[in-house]
Design a protein around this ligand. Structure first.
Ligand code: ATP
Ligand code: MG
Length: 206
């Protein structure tokens, strides 16, 4: 049986990495063979691209450079990590994937969605997530949780709000794939909801 690709999406500080890890640990405890990985990054080349993307000295990075770097990282990571794991029947949990480019570079940087969609397809060979968890929260709350000061985190509130609405638009258009979760609930509450939804989806597949 081919594997299952789960992605986590949402603005900075919404809780993606925490929830991705909790789900991974849950699957491991149930003996479900899984891989936890992230974007940008997840492979040597992609992690080096991540450093360029997040470096706060790179404030002069233009939108197309940003888009192409994310796509370069995604192409390498999909080919090198995600596809081989899925081919082995593993469940892959990926912290950010294609929707992030649509929300950040599309909505946030005003690059044409059609172009981002097309380039996402090129970078991934059309590999779509089976299930996406979108953690929704106001940027004012989410950004208070983190204080890394990387290039994206220090963007304006207006930018983060545009990205958030970009994500909500994606949810409305893909509500069969994307599950919307309230990121202000407790870590435990959200984890329980995620476990229930994952199990329900798996039962449907069986
Ligand atoms: N539901 C929650 N309630 C309160 N705090 C939370 C919640 N979820 C995560 N946090 C805390 O917020 C911080 C950011 O969480 P996390 O790293 O998972 O966010 P993220 O979405 O991965 O952020 P980034 O996009 O910057 O990687 C962490 O300190 C985490 O413990
Ligand atoms: Mg994270």
């Amino acid at each position: 049986m081919p594997g299952f690709l789960i992605t986590f999406e949402g603005i900075e500080g919404c809780g993606k990495s925490v929830q991705a890890k909790l789900l991974y640990e849950h699957l491991q405890s149930k003996g479900i063979s899984s891989v936890l990985t992230r974007e940008p990054g997840g492979s040597d080349i992609s992690e080096r691209i991540r450093e360029i993307l997040l470096d706060r000295r790179h404030l002069d990075m233009v939108p197309y450079t940003e888009l192409f770097l994310y796509l370069a990282s995604r192409a390498q990571h999909t080919q090198e990590v995600i596809k081989p794991a899925l081919a082995q029947g593993k469940t892959v949990i990926c912290d950010r994937y294609i929707d992030a480019s649509l929300a950040y570079q599309g909505e946030g940087r005003s690059i044409s969605r059609a172009l981002v969609n097309q380039l996402n397809k090129t970078a991934t060979g059309g590999l779509m997530p089976n299930l996406t968890f979108l953690l929704d929260i106001e940027p004012e709350i989410a950004l208070k949780r983190i204080e890394r000061g990387d290039r994206l985190e220090i963007e304006s509130m207006e930018f983060h709000n545009r990205v958030r609405s970009g994500y909500l638009k994606l949810y409305r258009e893909n509500s069969d794939r994307i599950v919307l979760l309230d990121g202000t609930k407790s870590i435990k509450q959200i984890h329980n909801e995620i476990k229930d939804i994952f199990e329900a989806r798996m039962m449907k597949l069986e």
